[in-house]
Write a protein that binds this ligand. Sequence first.
Ligand code: GTP
Ligand code: MG
Length: 296
Amino acid sequence: MRKVNIQWYPGHMTKTRRQIEADLGQVDMVAEIVDARIPISSRNPDIDALVGSKPRLIVLNRADQADPAGNRLWARSYQTKGYAVLETDAKSGRGVPGFAAASRGLLREQIERWKAKGLVGRPVRAMVVGVPNVGKSTFINQVARRKSAKAGDRPGVTRGKQWVTVDTGLSLLDTPGILWPKFEDERVGLHLAYTGAVKDDIMDVETLACRLMDDLARRYPRALAERYRLEVSPKGTEQDSVAYGYELLRAAAERRGFRISGGDVDTERMAHILLDEFRSGKLGRFTLELPEEENA
Ligand SMILES: Nc1nc2c(ncn2[C@@H]2O[C@H](COP(=O)(O)OP(=O)(O)OP(=O)(O)O)[C@@H](O)[C@H]2O)c(=O)[nH]1
Ligand SMILES: [Mg+2]
């Protein structure tokens, strides 16, 4: 697999650290947005060091696209680690109204101290961070109930910082997706490509689809078997994953009657369809990473 073509090296790291440090001075808390389908891959590996001791709320966004059982496991895992956590679908707004209360809960002691000092009505300021395309701007717009922050279906939409005042009690700082994930890990690159967080052209679409087939065969064999009327053996994945994924891709293309002129099975067409159906939710809701795999 070709490495994802984004440079992430110490120079970037230093710049990001400085920017976050400067912004941290202006906020009371950090809302870290992660993709509920891939909570490991959609996290910046250095986030803990960058955020330090600032109170942090983890927002498990895209909960609508992830497996509900997976969402529960992740929420519990974060809580066990002592983080406040909120499950959201920023697109429809589900879960977002809980943000104000969760933030005030997180900052309860701080707010008491402000009150004691006579700082009544001081707004809570929160910095929203996360890797590109996880839904930071969409989340902020939902919290504010208006389109203040620019959002879009591709990474790199937000270019600079932007304060969005929600009401007298809350201000949110939108940031560009400057916190890159851990690209040097092959699994991370694959998972970000499946979910569409990085462009498709990191590798050829058929190889990507073969890997996705294999991953789904392992984690969600029933969904795959039902949608494409396949016989899926999770055991087959113990072998070469691209080979087994290709076997399934061919079988699915055959079932759908996809042929190229000359009569051969059109696996490329099937590859596009698999990725589309995975991303659009037609295939189901999937969580591709579980808490127990975090340090594996
Ligand atoms: N289904 C679903 N789609 C979402 C959700 N959150 C965001 N999206 C969509 O994902 C795309 C990216 O959202 P943005 O809010 O622009 O993401 P961002 O993190 O601000 O991206 P950058 O500014 O590029 O780093 C948009 O098309 C949103 O509609 C969610 O919870 N569920
Ligand atoms: Mg944005």
